[in-house]
Design a protein around this ligand. Structure first.
Ligand SMILES: Nc1ncnc2c1ncn2[C@@H]1O[C@H](COP(=O)(O)OP(=O)(O)OP(=O)(O)O)[C@@H](O)[C@H]1O
Ligand SMILES: [Mg+2]
Length: 293
């Protein structure tokens, strides 16, 4: 079972869209559920015309009504997107106080039967309110765009993220420019898990728009997301012994190799023509200009 969380630190860079793309590109033969745990409110139900009552809210309620020793089944709370991806939709209104209360129950419910892609939305600055989640995922992917404000925010937060999710944290950079993904990664000190193209047409289809996009399955955006999904589910190489924060005990966890150690390379022919980069100051000068400003 693989549990991957996606989150943002600023703005709306495309977390939900990436979560849908990664879930849709999940390797065949493995079952995956997209879980929407965005404390600012869910988008899946309104975007895909799903019921807002069936999902995280109904699951949380069932957990409270079930005996602590029993496992709450996940199945009755799932809905399906047109492409077949199963989702646990978040409530449309945000701000529920105990949002992450049953995350452990969600992991239990999923058991070994499915992988989870979790949309955490925008993480609060102090990472409060998501206690227990970051420690329990196999990979935490922070979605950012390639602009200066995003680069600064990631750099500001990177030490805190590494303290919570150590080597499991990586970046998905949407190639909006002006800064190339590798520069955003080295500036922030976080590993680059994937660089994905900026493609509004394919992104809007992945996000539930009705418009038809014949390029979808052949697009570089879908291909790079599917490639990342394949890397995330690749068989781990070495087992590692880690401390389980929930149980205060040591356990063996096979997670080595979950995050790509280098940017995934697209198969030949996938690469689309890119616009030449816009001239911009070197990313390292950003920190200095921030101090001066
Ligand atoms: N790779 C991409 N290329 C072009 N546009 C994109 C891409 N990914 C997302 N978008 C667009 O960005 C907008 C925001 O996307 P999305 O809702 O996924 O962001 P989010 O980070 O989940 O936002 P929020 O924090 O509000 O939930 C949408 O219009 C979406 O189509
Ligand atoms: Mg979102």
């Amino acid at each position: 079972m693989t549990v991957v969380a996606l989150a943002s630190l600023k703005g709306a860079p495309g977390v939900t869209t990436m979560a849908c793309l990664i879930g849709s590109g999940w390797p065949g033969g493995r079952r995956v559920v997209l879980c929407e745990l965005d404390p600012c409110g869910g988008d899946l139900a309104p975007r895909f015309g799903l019921s807002a009552r069936c999902g995280w809210s109904s699951f949380s309620l069932s957990v409270r009504r079930t005996s602590p020793k029993a496992i709450t089944p996940l199945e009755p709370h799932l809905q399906q997107l047109a492409g077949g991806l199963q989702v646990l939709a978040g409530p449309v209104s945000g701000g529920a106080g105990d949002w992450f209360f049953p995350f452990g129950s969600l992991l239990e419910a999923a058991g070994g039967s499915c992988d989870l892609v979790v949309d955490l939305g925008r993480m609060p600055t102090e990472h409060r309110g998501i206690g227990g989640v970051l420690e329990r995922v196999d990979a935490l992917l922070v979605v950012v765009r390639g602009d200066a404000p995003s680069a600064l925010r990631v750099r500001e937060q990177s030490a805190q993220l590494r303290a919570r999710a150590d080597d499991r944290v990586g970046l998905i950079v949407i190639e909006t420019g002006p800064y190339p993904p590798s520069e955003i990664a080295s500036f922030s000190g976080l590993r680059l898990a994937a660089a994905v193209p900026f493609d509004p047409g394919v992104a809007s289809v992945a996000g539930g728009s009705d418009r038809s996009e014949r390029r979808f399955a052949r697009s570089s955006l879908f291909a790079s997301s599917a490639l990342l999904a394949a890397r995330l589910t690749a068989e781990p190489t070495e087992p590692t012994i880690v401390r389980d924060p929930s149980a205060s005990r040591w356990r063996i966890r096979r997670r080595t190799g979950r995050l790509p150690s280098e940017e995934p390379h697209l198969p030949a022919g996938w690469e689309e023509r890119r616009e030449p980069p816009v001239p911009c100051p070197p990313v390292d000068s950003l920190a200095a200009s921030e101090v001066e400003g």
